[in-house]
Design a protein around this ligand. Structure first.
Ligand code: C2E
Ligand code: MG
Ligand code: MG
Ligand code: MG
Length: 278
């Protein structure tokens, strides 16, 4: 009895593996078509000044409207886009579109765009940034690029040269998901980042873990000494807001101040912050 059950389980497992592989292949093909058929949309999440609670910028977060599956999460398709190399044209589209969108916002509001390590390997990244800025007429000072430490893991010299080139244009460089990698601290020595984004996993446990509070405090202090702004990611509650404020975070991003929004809602939000003309 146990044996037949075991065999049945094995076959079921194999069938599942096969189905997964087929599904993945299908998703890959769909992803190839997504750019050409305009299935991507950028959502924007507000970034808020911790003291004044004013919106200082928005992070561009990619969304995929899949014709059958509906909205697919970037957590699902970005890894696939990286494995297939499609992240290079997709990332370029995001950068160009985000610059164009942001050029229509007030001059004191910036935009942050995520970059994949693969975009650094294509050698044309700096040129793409220059061209996205000039085509959109967005001043370089209003663009921020977010990288994770995985960008700095490989091919250091070329990557660093590219980063310096881009930063030399006046674009800010932020380290995203700080604290989740293996050696976040050593990367701070490698490159003069303008901003550290403290990963949301630390913020989530602020109320329950004294250690998390101590780590956030230490990162903020480190930022102050190095002249780097710190942002708290994933702030969802008033309590978390008060705590990251106490610890000296300069900027806040999280559901408490707003989820990622479609462009039209960004315009409503921006209009809402201005005194009514009528
Ligand atoms: P990320 O760059 O760290 O972006 C922050 C993620 O946290 C976003 O998820 C955002 O919606 C989510 N988030 C923000 N505030 C809160 C909060 O208060 N609570 C919770 N639970 N979550 C919050 P999203 O949009 O699903 O994006 C996931 C990741 O996908 C991003 O993480 C980024 O690594 C990647 N990604 C998104 N768009 C792009 C893109 O255009 N290019 C590249 N290379 N990666 C992208
Ligand atoms: Mg990010
Ligand atoms: Mg992050
Ligand atoms: Mg992340």
């Amino acid at each position: 009895k146990a044996k037949s059950k075991g065999r049945g389980t094995f076959c079921f497992f194999e069938a599942t593996m096969d189905a997964n592989r087929q599904e993945r292949r299908k998703l890959e093909l769909d992803l190839q078509q997504a750019l050409e058929t305009n299935q991507f949309e950028i959502y924007y999440q507000p970034q808020v000044d911790a003291a004044s609670e004013e919106v200082v910028g928005f992070e561009a977060l990619l969304r995929w409207h899949h014709p059958e599956r509906g909205l697919v999460s970037p957590a699902e398709f970005i890894p696939l886009a990286e494995e297939t190399g499609l992240i290079v044209p997709i990332g370029e589209w995001v950068l160009r579109q985000a610059c164009k969108d942001a050029a229509g916002w007030p001059a004191d509001i910036g935009v942050a765009v995520n970059l994949s390590p693969l975009q650094f390997r294509s050698q044309t990244l700096a040129h793409t940034v220059v061209s996205a800025l000039s085509d959109s007429e967005l001043p370089a000072s209003r663009l921020e690029l977010e990288i994770t430490e995985s960008v700095l893991l490989t091919d250091n010299e070329t990557t660093l040269a590219t980063l310096h080139h881009i930063r030399g244009l006046g674009v800010r460089i932020a380290m995203d998901d700080f604290g989740t990698g293996y050696s976040s601290l050593s990367y701070l020595r490698l490159f003069p980042f303008d901003k550290i984004k403290i990963d949301q996993s630390f913020i989530r446990e602020l109320g329950s873990s004294k250690d998390c509070a101590a780590i956030v405090k230490a990162v903020v202090d480190l930022g102050v000494s190095l002249g780097i702004t710190t942002t708290a990611e994933g702030v969802e509650t008033k309590d978390q807001l008060n705590r990251v404020r106490e610890q000296g975070c300069r900027e806040i991003q999280g559901y408490l101040f707003g989820k990622p929004l479609p462009l039209s809602s960004v315009h409503d939000l921006i209009r809402g912050r201005l005194p009514s003309a009528a």
